[in-house]
Design a protein around this ligand. Structure first.
Ligand SMILES: *Cc1c(COP(=O)(O)O)cnc(C)c1O
Length: 464
């Protein structure tokens, strides 16, 4: 059929609208929205005709295309997913789920007014930075602390304040790139500081740092290699040695810890340095993320010597990178979990990282039982051992041993099953491994298990 003929066959928007007014589903939506979507549907079909395709142009099809568009507009793009990857700090899936106290804090603050910048004692303007400073000092041993939008912003602020137009010494083994274009050399340049690289990729000695110190040196910067490890013939001076060297020359020593943990933390055979320890070694300023191992929402925490933090409070950049009230409430709620004394139980990130293998095995058993109940033989489900990374720029070499369920649905490839589950209203994210779909249960709640089972049964639960 020729293109013009096909184009003429597309029903007019008026005609479609006259049908749509009788459609029970579409009448729930405002008329303008329905009209827009009908127009869009017609435009999409027209485009297909012009490209030489032969789309169905019946009024019925056009109406159902418009329904899809209306639904899309009424479905949030940012929405919950079920994380069956086993990666606890999955940056693409939003990093840390919040604890009860954090959720309560956010809920209370988001619905109304708050003490964000109000001092109830004086009735005057207060500071948003005051809410968590004392808790952070208590939990890290720092003299002072300030929080900003995220850790990338924290590093930028610290360097802008302490090193603009001057030199910062960094080991070549620590010129880190974090996903999403955060690169230490670029951040340094952006702050107005000049990077002085010392040592080699695998080895940097104290003398390398010392030789690089000159009249224009502003600071020594250490960067935690939070997403990679250099192994083999390697060495870096101990933190305390670097701090002592910097102080001998009256220089501050800064550390970007990336994923700062408030607890000494060893999982999957790997240890992450605790903020308290680093400060105790003599580091003047450390920065870290709120939503990595700490388990709060997005935030960048700067902790250290009062004299430096005071300078940051006065810097104009601070306003541009300030933390918002919801993240602040999440941070305070999370800090309260630490103070309440049972963070490994109460902070989801820590609970998931430290989940006992027996508990994970039992959870995998529950998922398997839900999936194969009622003799639905079209689904095969086997409990398997799995190993997953912690993710999110933390513990890069750690392999967390756990359990998962490997699923096969007869008549559907693992790839198609993965794609079907991923495109649901509540997407279920799992990974394909050797022609099976693997659900690592580390990050799954009992409710998630039920939802996964229901989705699998809806797709492949034929009674055979
Ligand atoms: C994650 C990370 C950052 C960036 O932190 P965000 O909170 O994601 O901005 C910076 N430096 C290091 C070493 C990191 O691991």
């Amino acid at each position: 059929m020729d293109v013009n003929h096909k184009l003429r066959a597309i029903p007019s928007v008026d005609r479609l609208l006259s049908i749509a007014v009788a459609d029970r589903e579409l009448t729930q939506y405002p008329r303008e929205l329905v009209t827009d979507c009908l127009r869009q549907a017609a435009a999409n079909v027209r485009e297909k005709c012009r490209q030489g395709q032969e789309p169905d142009v019946s009024a019925e099809t056009m109406i159902s295309l418009a329904k899809e568009l209306v639904k899309q507009i009424n479905t949030p793009s940012l929405r919950r997913v079920i994380n069956a990857t086993g990666v606890v700090l999955h940056t693409n899936l939003g990093r840390a789920p919040l604890s009860k106290r954090a959720i309560n804090g956010v809920t209370e603050v988001m619905a109304g007014y708050s003490t964000l910048e109000y001092n109830t004692e004086t009735g005057e303007r207060g500071s948003r930075y005051s809410h968590v400073a004392a808790q952070l000092s208590r939990l890290t041993g720092a003299e002072a602390a300030i929080v900003v939008n995220n850790n990338a912003a924290a590093v930028l602020l610290v360097l802008s304040v302490l090193a603009k137009d001057r030199e910062v010494i960094v080991s070549r083994g620590e010129l880190v790139e974090i996903g999403g274009s955060f690169r230490i050399p670029d951040v340094l340049r952006q702050s107005g500081a000049t990077l002085i690289e010392v040592g080699t990729t695998n080895k940097t000695h104290l003398a390398d740092y010392e030789r690089a110190i000159g009249p224009n040196t502003a600071a020594i910067l250490k960067v935690h290699t939070s997403n990679y490890r250099i192994i083999g013939f390697t060495s870096q001076p101990a933190g305390a040695e670097i701090a002592a060297l910097a102080h001998k020359y009256q220089l501050p020593v800064i550390e970007d810890l990336g994923s700062g943990t408030l607890l000494p933390l060893t999982v999957g055979g790997e240890t992450e340095p605790a903020v308290t320890e680093r400060l105790a070694l003599g580091f003047d300023v450390v920065t870290f993320s709120g939503d990595k191992l700490m388990g709060a929402g997005q935030a960048g925490i700067i902790a250290g010597k009062e004299q430096y933090i005071a300078l940051m409070k006065k810097h104009p950049l601070l306003r541009a990178i300030r933390i918002d009230k919801l993240s602040l409430a999440a941070l305070e709620g999370t800090l309260m979990e630490y103070s309440a004394g049972n963070p490994v139980r109460d902070i989801p990130v820590l609970a998931m990282l430290f989940a006992a293998e027996e508990e994970l095995k039992a959870r995998a058993g529950r998922l398997q039982a839900l999936v194969i109940k009622d003799g639905r033989l079209s689904i095969a489900a086997e409990i398997i051992e799995v190993s997953s990374p912690a993710g999110g720029g933390a513990l890069p070499a750690a392999a967390l041993r756990g359990y998962g369920v490997a699923i096969c649905v007869s008549g559907i490839s693992a790839g198609s099953l993965e794609s079907l589950l991923r495109q649901r209203q509540v997407p279920i994210i799992a990974r394909v491994q050797a022609d099976r779909l693997v659900f690592d249960v580390r990050c799954l709640s009992d409710n998630d298990l039920e939802e996964i089972a229901a989705a699998l049964l809806a797709i492949g639960g034929r009674q055979v």
